[in-house]
Design a protein around this ligand. Sequence first.
Ligand SMILES: Cc1cc2nc3c(=O)[nH]c(=O)nc-3n(C[C@H](O)[C@H](O)[C@H](O)COP(=O)(O)O)c2cc1C
Length: 161
Amino acid sequence: MTIIDTIQTRRTIKAFKPDAISEKELNTWLEAASYAPNHRMNEPWELLFIGPETRAALNHKTDFGGAPVLIGVLSKPAASQMERDENVMAVSCYIQNFMLAAHEAGAGVFWSSLGATVRGREILGAPQEHDVIAVLAVGYPAEIPAAKQRTPIADKITYLP
Ligand SMILES: Cc1cc2nc3c(=O)[nH]c(=O)nc-3n(C[C@H](O)[C@H](O)[C@H](O)COP(=O)(O)O)c2cc1C
């Protein structure tokens, strides 16, 4: 797949096969994602591997589509609001890289915001100053949804003088 194909064929996956993902392969995607742009090379992402007890406590309505792996992704605190925002941006780039690497390998990811709620943060034990960016459900897709159409980019462009 070209990078354009990989970007355009990735989908949010909401139904997973129970098949395990090898630790080695998962690690390859997580490492590759670290090449995300990040200001001052502060690599603001931190990962929580979510075990069965924590998963049960999260009590997601579909149990994350039966995904075999759940990873919480946190963004490190910062000294100013601007740096904090930049950390969140860099972590989002990290997640997109991860999702594309997984997709290229035939796996799929569901980005859930559940961990960012007050209750979700408590269950994950997120430190007060950290932002919870995602709970990522990862596995092999049982169903691949159709693409959701995007607005033509021309509609989003303003030309400045
Ligand atoms: C910051 C962020 C939070 C999201 N949170 C949720 C969520 O809580 N539940 C959900 O069903 N999808 C969530 N999504 C996935 C979007 O719904 C999905 O990306 C969008 O519908 C486009 O579909 P696609 O990823 O298949 O192109 C989230 C995506 C992002 C970027």
